[in-house]
Design a protein around this ligand. Structure first.
Ligand code: IMP
Ligand code: MG
Length: 181
């Protein structure tokens, strides 16, 4: 099976992706300069590639931690029911927390995560997402850093999956409909 053949077209190519991640990292490094106790919270599994590239480009000291939530099955639509599958190891009290997400669609997942983490007493709580499907938003969510605003298409690659495949593709692409219908 050649995964590239399942891609209808590339939305954000490898170089473009890397250049934007570098810009975001520079912006975040400026904003958090001097702030101790910065924690990047990677939302598994989709944000793992983004987190690892972003983290390596940050010039400010920071810790990383992971949490996993579930709201999708093998479907392209959010169920709206979110639950924590794996929680953070860190007690985030007094940490400057930056949530790192792959994509915001309806906003339900991030709404749940930000509400949940904000009850734990972080010094600050911000959101960084690689992709934003703004036209699909059902729940308003303040987003501090956005890589790319994208149209309402189901995308894969660079961490994003369909039924757990395609995460390793180095670009953001649109899946041919025949592979998810
Ligand atoms: P939301 O709760 O509707 O905002 O959905 C957010 C989550 O759904 C993301 O963290 C992704 O895991 C997943 N998701 C939303 N859109 C896409 C897509 O186009 N491709 C892959 N996963 C997506
Ligand atoms: Mg995700």
């Amino acid at each position: 099976m050649i995964l590239e053949e399942h891609v209808d077209h590339i939305l954000v190519g490898r170089e473009h992706l890397q250049a934007r991640v570098a810009e975001l990292a520079a912006e975040i490094s400026r904003d958090y300069a001097g702030a101790d106790d910065l924690l990047l919270v990677c939302v598994l599994k989709g944000a793992v590639m983004f987190l690892s590239d972003l983290s390596r480009r940050l010039t400010v000291p920071h810790a990383i931690d992971f949490m996993a939530v579930s709201s999708y099955g093998a479907s392209t639509e959010s169920s709206g029911i979110v639950r924590i599958v794996m929680d953070l190891e860190t007690n985030i009290l007094d940490w400057h927390v930056l949530i790192v997400e792959d994509i915001i669609d309806s906003g339900r997942t991030l709404d749940y995560i930000t509400r949940n983490l904000s009850t734990r007493g972080p010094a600050s709580l911000r959101v960084c997402t690689l992709l934003d499907k703004k036209v699909r938003r059902m729940v308003p969510i303040p987003v501090d850093y956005v890589g790319f605003e994208i149209p309402d298409e189901f995308v894969i690659g660079y961490g994003l999956d369909f039924a757990e495949l395609y995460r390793n593709l180095p670009f953001i692409g649109v899946l041919k409909p025949e592979f998810y219908e």
